[in-house]
Design a protein around this ligand. Sequence first.
Ligand code: ADP
Ligand code: MG
Length: 882
Amino acid sequence: MAQAGNSELVDSFEQFFRNYYDSDIKQLAQRYPNEQRSLHVDWQDLYRYDPDLADDFINQPEQLQRYAEEALRLYDLPIDVSLGQAHVRVTNLPETESPEIRDIRARDMNSLVQVRGIVRKATDVRPKIEEAAFECQLCGTLTRVPQSSGDFQEPHECQGCERQGPFRVNFDQSEFVDSQKLRIQESPEGLRGGETPQSLDVHVEDDITGEVTPGDHVSATGVLRLEQQENQGEKSPVFDFYMEGMSVEIDEEQFEDMDISDEDKKQIYEISNQDDVYEQMVASIAPSIYGYDQEKLAMILQLFSGVTKQLPDGSRIRGDLHMLLIGDPGTGKSQMLGYIQNIAPRAVYTSGKGSSSAGLTAAAVRDDFGDGQQWTLEAGALVLADQGIAAVDELDKMRCVTSETVVELADGSNIPIGDIAQQAAIHGEIEPLSNGRTIRDIDVSVRTMTNSGTIVERPVTAVHQYEAPSELIEVITKDGNRLRSTPDHPYFVHQQGNIVERQAEDLTIGDQTLVPRGQDTIAADGGIGTSNPAPDAHLRNVEHSEIADVRRIDNSDWDYVYDLTVEGTHNFIANGMVVHNSEDRSAMHEALEQQKISVSKAGINATLKSRCSLLGAANPKYGRFDHYEPISEQIDLEPALISRFDLIFTVTDQPDEEKDRNLAEHIITTNYAGELTTQREEMASLEVSTDEIAEMTDQVDPEIDAELLRKYIAYAKQNCHPRMTEAARNAIRDFYVDLRSKGTDEDAPIPVTARKLEALVRLSEASARVRLSDTVEEHDANRVIEIVRSCLQDIGVDPETGEFDADIVEAGTSKSQRDRIKNLKGLISDIEEEYDEGAPVDIVMERAEEIGMDQSKAEHEIEKLKQKGEVYEPSTDNLRTT
Ligand code: ADP
Ligand code: MG
C-alpha cells in the first residue's frame, strides 16, 4: 500500500481525474442520475498516472474504490449537481490479473481480478434492500439497519421506545438497489479436448444490471469473495468463490483468444495456394477415422461457412451450414463429431444423452441459482456456440416410458402418463411428428429434480406420444419399483460420487439409480423398501436405490410410449424414481433458421443469438438404416427440423471386402502408432527406431496441424467474404433447374425446394473461402454440386421410381409410399366386401404380394393404417377399413 494518508489518496484520485477524466466526469454530471451513474475508469490510465496507486487498487479494491468515489463527490463541477451515489468502476486490468476461471485460487481472495467468458445464466433483475427502515408498531419510530449480503438483519430493539417490536418494514424509507446474478463460464474456444468448462458467479448491482444476456461474451472485473458451502443445512469447511462485479463489458471480437502471427499468415496463404488444398483439409479432419471423404469435405465447408447476407430490405440470409449424419451404430459418427473441437475456432460439443438443463436452445427456469422465486435465463448449446459450431451427437435420443408409468403431480396426486396424454389431447394444440405427436398447452405441474438434487414443482410444457419400438427395457430396483422404457432411455446413475447418465440397455444389476428421498417408496408389488442416502451431499432431496434386475421385453402390449417436457429440469418423478425426459425441440427450428432464440416468459423477454452451424448425428430408429424407407420414418426428428439441414449424409455399415480390409488396416495402424507412442513415453529402452515411430505416426497425423487449421478457419471467416462469378451462378442455377425438371411427371411431388438452392450457394461460398478467394468460381460450384447430388441420391431418391422426391425429406412420406398405403387400403376394402367378418389378414397379404408388394412392407403398412385408425381389427386376424 502506498504510504499515504487517506486524504492524500483522495487528492491523488482528484488529480488523476482532472488529468484523464475531466470531460467524462462533466458528461456524467449532466446525465446523472437517470441516464448514467458510473464513471468507467481504464486501469491502464491509472497505471500511467501512478503505478503504485494502480497496484493498490488491485490489492485493496474496496478501500481504493471508496477514495476514488470520494474524490468524485468532491470534484469541482461547473453545474450544481451532487454525484453522491455515483460509482467508480475500473475495467481493463493487466494480463497478470486476468486468470482463467479454472485457475482462481485462495490467494486471489479480496483482490480485483478480471475474468473472460460467456454468460451462461442470468437471473432477472430484482430490487435488493440495502438499508431497511423498521417502523416500530408501538411508537412509530424508524430504526435503520444496513443490510449486507447474507441473511436479512432485523433490529434488536426499537431506537425510540427500546422495546422489541413488533416492526414493519417501511419500503418508502428503505433503500433499494437493483441486483442481478450472472454465471460466467469459460469460453468454448479456451477449452481443449473436451474439458468441462468451469464457471464463476458474479453479483452485479445498480446500473450494470440487465446489461448482458446469456450467450454474450464478456469481461467481468470485480472482487473475489468467498461463500461457505452447505451440506444439507450444515456449514462445510469448503468455500466457493463468487465475484462482486465492478464492471461487466461485452467483448465484441469474434475469436478473442486467437493470436494469428505473421508467420501463421504466411503458412495459411501458402496452403491456400496449393492445388490439393481441399485434399489436405480432408486429411486433417479426424485422421483416425478411415474414409468418409465427402463427409469430411462437407465438414470443412461447414467450418468455413458461407457468407451471411444482409439484404437491402433489412432481412438476412444465414451463411451457416447445418449438417446431419445419420447412420448405423459404430460407424465413427461420434468420433468425427468429437474431433470438431480440435479444429473449430469455437465449438460446443454436446450429446443428446447429456443433461444440461438448458438443453440445446435456452430455458427460463426458477431454480436455486436465483433465490428460488427469481427467474433465471440459461443459454443452451446453440447459444453458447454463437459464431461457431455446435456438434450435437445423438440428436434423436428417445426418452420414453410406457403408458402405465405413474407420474407424481405437484398437488401430490399420481396419474398414469398415458392418461395425461389423453386428457391433454382433448384440450391441447397437437403437433404431428413423423412417428408420433406432441401436445402442448397442458395444464399439469409435476414434481421434478433440479441440478442440486432439490425436488421442486414445475409445469409440464408438452407431452409426447410416439409409436412404441418392438423392444423395451424393464428395470426393477431392490425396493421393488419398476419402470419400462425405450432401450435408449437414460437413467441417472450414481457412480463414485458423481451422477452420470446411462441408457436403460446399458444398465447392470447393482447400479445405483436416483430416487426421491424422505418417503418410503411404495413398491409396485406392494412391498415397502428403504433406500440408501446418496453420499453426494449436494443432492438434497434424493437418494439412490440399487438396481436388482434389467430385462429386455418383446413389446406386443404397448402401441405407444410417452414422454413429458418439464422445462429447465428435464426429469420428473414417476414409479418412485427420478425419470429423465427429453427436451422440446420446437424452439430449434427458429434457432437454426433465424439464428436467434426468443424467450418470453414470466418477467423475461429476451432474444438470444444463435448464429452457429449445427453438426448433428443421429442413429436410425430401427437400429439400422434402410434405404427403402424415407428418412423421417427412420429417425425421431420432425420433418420441419430435418428440412433445416443443408446436407444430410447417411452412413450404412455394409460388409464390403475391400473396404473392410482397408478399414481394418487403418484402425490397426492407428492403434499401432498409439502403442509405439505409449512405449516411447513409458519404457526406457526401446528397440524401435525413432524413424519407424515417425513413419507410423505420420500415417495418422493430420495433414495440417490442428492449431494452424483453427487459425486458418478463423482468419478466413474474418477476412474473406467471397461473391459468386457468373459461371458459378449459372452452374448452380442449371443444376437446380435440372433437378426440378426430373420431378415434373404428372402429380409428382415438388422434387427439390428453394432451400436446397440456398444451401448450394452457401456451400460454394465456403468452398471459395477455403482458398481464401474473394470470388466463387465455377469449380467451387461443381465441387458442391457433386456433394449435394450424392447426398440427395442417398436420401432423396424414391427407391421405387428412381426419381428425386424431396417430399421424402421435407414431408416425411414419399409419393410411392403414399401410393402403397392408398393401394393397400383399397385392397383391404375390396376384400372386405367378399367376407362378412372383415378382410382376413392372410388373404390381404396374398393379394398384396400379387400386386408386387413385399410381405414385410405390407405388414408394416397395415400396422401403420391401424395406428392411424384407418383400419381396425373387428376380430383377430380380420381387417376392416373405417
Ligand atoms: P457411432 O457414433 O457411429 O456409433 P463411434 O464414433 O462411437 O460410432 O465409433 C465406434 C468405434 O469404431 C470407434 O472406436 C471408432 O474409432 C471405430 N470406427 C468406426 N468406423 C471407423 C472408421 N471408418 N475408421 C476408423 N475407426 C472407425
Ligand atoms: Mg455415437
